[in-house]
Ligand binder design. Structure first.
Ligand code: NAP
Length: 245
């Protein structure tokens, strides 16, 4: 599979890119830090044991660079079978409430700019008759919740967009995979209190890769979060106002 990958330098993205490289997928890495991207590409080449992985600059906060970055990936790979987006910004609700500019950046990057990146990816995949668009959203988008009011709102918008894409374009060969991680131990959650059912990036990556291969439209990871969120979605508003979850 020929894959353009935004966000493979850390966390769940890195774990997923490693699994893909190990089984022989051809990757082209996109990200904002070129030296870091190069290091990740060399690491993946060692794991793959063959080939050379290209890189191009792509900052989720700079949408003008999205089309050129995907063009570079397409040209280097000789086509695209899949695009993966695991890049995302996070900040705690306390920080976001204090700093409106940071809130603007997080909401813009995680919703508007991710959607714009996906639109560029969608057009390229559909032009080739389809493919897979796998995007990391979050369980934070399932319900309006006190600890993730702003981040969760951005991910809610992203989840709905991916659902709409799946409904509209699956028949034309676009397989949209929306990943909804629960709490996973990565650099993003470093320093936060670890709740029960926290996941490891490697286990999440295995689950996501299975979903990509099956073209599963939604995947919760770790799997337990599917049931946790089923309960949370069914709680009445007066209960949500009382609890701190
Ligand atoms: N960890 C969790 O508990 C959790 C839960 C729910 C959803 N998620 C979502 O899952 C995805 C992966 O999270 P993670 O925990 O694996 O995060 P992570 O370890 O912090 O990795 C985030 C990745 O995004 C990249 N990135 C950040 N800002 C970027 C920008 N402006 N432009 C381009 N790339 C950028 C980072 O690249 P750099 O190396 O340049 O920083 C890194 O590769 C995110 O969308 C996150 O919102 C995570």
């Amino acid at each position: 599979m020929k894959v353009a990958f935004l966000g493979a330098t850390k966390g769940m993205g890195r774990a997923l890119a490693r699994l893909m490289a190990e089984r022989g997928d051809e990757l082209f890495l996109l990200g904002r830090d070129l030296p870091d991207l190069e290091r990740s590409a060399r690491d993946l080449e060692v794991r793959a044991g063959k080939g050379r992985y290209g890189t191009a600059a792509c900052d989720l906060e700079k949408p003008d660079g999205f089309a050129p970055a995907l063009d570079a990936a397409e040209a280097a790979l000789g086509g695209l079978d899949a695009v993966v987006v695991s890049a995302g910004l996070f900040a705690t609700q306390d920080r976001l409430e204090e700093d409106v500019e940071l809130a603007r950046r997080v909401v813009t990057a995680d919703f508007a700019n991710t959607v714009v990146f996906c639109e560029h990816a969608r057009k390229r995949l559909l032009a080739r008759g389809g493919g897979t668009l796998c995007v990391f959203s979050s369980v934070a988008g399932e319900r309006g919740r006190k600890p993730v009011v702003l981040y969760g709102a951005a991910k809610a918008g992203l989840t709905r967009y991916l659902e709409g894409l799946d409904h509209k374009f699956r028949g034309r060969g676009l397989r949209t995979v929306c990943v909804k991680p629960g709490f996973v131990k990565t650099s993003m959650t470093d320093g936060l209190p670890v709740p029960p059912f926290a996941g490891e990036p490697e286990a999440v990556a295995r689950r996501v890769l299975r979903a990509i291969d099956r073209g599963q439209p939604v995947v919760y990871a770790p799997g337990m979060w599917r049931w946790i969120m089923l309960v949370i979605r069914s709680l009445p508003r007066f209960v949500m106002r009382k609890i701190e979850f």
